[in-house]
Design a protein around this ligand. Structure first.
Ligand code: M6R
Length: 587
């Protein structure tokens, strides 16, 4: 879950790499480091902190040289220390390596290296890599030593290495993303396309077990077989403007605001593709929906539409638990995998398990170049542009939009489904404009709460789960979402005077959910109603128009805004919550 990058070309490498780690920072911000090569000498600067903090101390852009590699870390193996920050050097100081992923057999490899006289200075798994390359270079060329090293590694990895002797950049991937950018000024290599979208639209998407040797020419080969691989050039459509904050203070608010248009874009899919997806669902005997975090909540939400509109049973499973369902998979099963990034390790693992059993895969993702798109039989793109904030906001409503349309398609009413979603999308700007002042005031009132609870019934239940995730991950206030009827089976014991309880009510559920709200109010709870109509039980009311099956798309918006302002009230950075990373590429 780190961001890695490399550059070799005509320009000074360090400012390019500094910009690259800024753009990749959403993947982790525990520590940062850059290595460049100048006059045949490698130099490394690295330290704990986010990019801005570390750059203030180390002045990365001063580092000379036209070739270099860079890293921004989300710690997995080894604590957050300067020593554990990447790049890591081989014992002779001639090979520098940055790595994203986990080397599962690193203890064994470390033992091997120690027996051969190597000293490992950090607690990371990564440090074995430059040392193995150094070791193999005693008998082999750089290229062969690199390939030999890659074959020894078990786990998940994308790697970029830099050799002092030749100035060569070496890269490889196995279950972790890595892409190349072919620009006029030079060649870029990175965890995603963001570091080079201004320099070039031409990308090469590496696949698992592919390695890159980059010096005055570019060679791509399969590191297991050692055979060259011919790759297509992929033309990217994203532009850098979409990945900039513009006039916004934070990406989170920008991305919340964009939803009026992103929901529309998500639902306007190619008709043929939607028909194909509908027919795959129809033909399937057993349909699974998998995802993690917010994407999982979109699966739960969609399962209600499957039930109400298409009368179709679907199995919703957390991607990390999917392997326990292995026995139910056949070549007639369909797996619908949701992932904004398309790189979430648990989702990819679920897809691989399914593929082994002959299961067909539909991916719903936002990243064209992602691994998920490479594994799926059909991919429906969310089309919502880069989501930079660690919190999923616009990708959630895009997922709901696509799945709602798909289910209506299954019931033979694709156009009606699209219309419903488009009507909901049209209401988003008004909801944001009208509710924001009230929500700001609410955030200031409840900012010191120890806990916030959310309840909803039917389709508002997954909205309560998602709302709780939004609030807790960005404000660090404990938040839990429940089905309306469930709170009184235990958690109501936590309700005392002024504990905020957000009640998500719809026309269809209002009778019962308002009764649940009364139960909470009777115990002192402070009731915040999100509903199309005011009610006496509410202490605070935020209006959201009724949208039928599209209710979840609208209901989540005020909670996203509340989560944002809770973070602001508590002086937290909404774009980079502690301990999190945007793309969770480890299991
Ligand atoms: O990229 P994915 O959709 O696969 O990511 C899944 C989760 O990691 C993600 O939704 C996470 O829960 C977010 N922090 C939620 O805001």
């Amino acid at each position: 879950m780190c961001g890695i990058a490399g550059y070799l070309g005509k320009r000074k490498a360090s400012p390019i790499l500094l910009d690259a780690v800024r753009r990749l920072e959403y993947r982790g911000y525990d520590s940062v480091g850059i290595a460049t090569l100048h006059e045949q000498r490698l130099s490394v600067r690295k330290a704990v902190g986010n990019v801005e903090e570390v750059d203030k101390k180390l002045h990365f852009a001063e580092m000379p040289g036209n070739v270099g590699i860079a890293h921004t870390r989300w710690a997995t193996t080894g604590k957050v220390t300067d020593e554990n920050a990447h790049p890591h050097l081989s014992n002779n100081g001639k090979i520098a390596v940055v790595h994203n992923g986990i080397i599962e057999n690193y203890q064994e490899l470390k033992g091997f290296l120690q027996k051969n006289g190597y000293t490992l200075k950090s607690q990371t798994d990564t440090e074995v890599i430059p040392n193995l390359i150094e070791h193999h270079m005693k008998r082999k060329s750089l290229k062969q030593a690199f390939l030999e090293t890659l074959r020894q590694l078990e786990g998940t990895f994308s790697i970029v290495a830099l050799d002092e002797g030749s100035g060569t950049i070496l890269g490889a991937r196995h279950n972790s993303p890595l892409v190349l950018g072919l620009a006029r000024d030079g060649t870029y290599i990175a965890s995603d396309v963001s570091p080079f979208i201004e320099a070039t639209k031409k990308a090469v998407l590496l696949e698992d077990d592919e390695a890159v040797i980059l010096d005055n020419k570019l060679e791509i080969l399969n590191f297991r077989t050692g055979k060259p691989v011919r790759k297509k050039i992929f033309l990217m459509h994203w532009n850098y403007e979409q990945a900039k904050k513009g006039d916004y203070e934070h990406f989170m608010m920008k991305e919340i605001d964009e939803q009026g248009s992103t929901i529309k874009k998500a639902v306007q899919q190619d008709a043929k593709l939607m028909k194909k997806a509908v027919s795959m669902v129809k033909k399937a005997f057993g349909v699974f929906l998998v995802g993690c975090g917010t994407s999982y909540h979109a699966c739960v939400s969609a399962s209600y539409v499957f039930s109400h509109i298409a009368k179709k049973h679907v199995n919703v499973v957390l991607a990390s638990e999917f392997e326990n369902h292995r026995e139910f998979l056949t070549n007639k099963t369909l797996l619908i995998a949701l992932s904004q990034s398309g790189e979430t390790a648990d989702v990819l693992e679920a897809v691989r398990i399914a593929k082994d059993k002959g299961v067909k895969i539909i991916a719903i993702t936002n990243v064209v170049s992602s691994t998920l798109t490479q594994l799926a039989d059909e991919t429906i793109m969310m089309n919502c542009g880069p989501e930079i904030c660690v919190l999923s906001t616009k990708s959630y409503t895009a997922q709901l939009a696509i799945l709602t349309a798909l289910v209506y398609g299954l019931a033979g009413k694709l156009e009606a489904g699209k219309k419903l979603v488009l009507q909901a999308a049209a209401k988003v700007p008004d909801i944001i404009r009208d509710s924001t002042p009230k929500i700001k005031a609410l955030a200031s009132k409840i900012k010191d709460s120890r806990s916030i609870f959310l309840i909803g019934r039917d389709m508002a239940y997954p909205s309560a789960l998602e709302g709780a995730l939004k609030i807790k991950e960005v404000s660090y206030i404990h938040a839990e979402g429940f089905a309306g009827g469930e709170l009184k089976h235990g958690t109501i014991a936590l309700i005392e005077d002024n504990v905020p309880v957000i009640v998500l009510a719809t026309e269809h559920t209002k009778k019962e959910i308002l009764a649940n709200a009364m139960e909470v109010k009777a115990r002192g709870g402070y009731i915040i109603g999100i509903n199309s109509r005011q009610d006496d039980v509410y202490d605070y009311f935020i209006e959201v128009p009724e949208a039928g099956m599209a209710n979840p798309i609208l209901m989540i918006i005020p909670i996203q805004i509340l989560a944002y302002y809770l973070a602001i009230e508590r002086n937290l950075d909404p774009d980079k919550p502690r301990n999190l990373a945007k793309s969770v590429t480890v299991k």
